[in-house]
Design a protein. Sequence first.
Length: 139
Amino acid sequence: MSYFSLFLTSFASATLLPGGSEALFIYLLSEHLSPTLLLAIATLGNTLGSFINYILGKYATDFALSKGYMKEKHLIKASSVFEKYGAWSLLFSWLPIIGDPLTFVAGIVRYSWWKFLMIVGFAKFARYIFVYLGFLAIA
């Protein structure tokens, strides 16, 4: 059940909803669960959560604009920044506050989904490796 909770938490924290999964990840590490499995599950959940943002960006932009959830000037600015930096910006998808919108904008500009998954998966994995190494340094 712990692994499933980590998957759900890491998935939800990567969507446009607020939240974080690092605390649960560290707690489960302290409970001596498999670090390899925890890394894989957290990375998978977080990457899939970001892919939801990508899908929403790709298919729900018109709806969000029409309902006023998003302003067109912000959309244009975000799209131009993404087009300028492209894949490099996705390496920052793990960051709080800016990471989730980056994955949303990748969908808006119709960035290649398989490149998206590779880059974002790498970035999410690197974040959890960093958290794991911090845990090892303290433990």
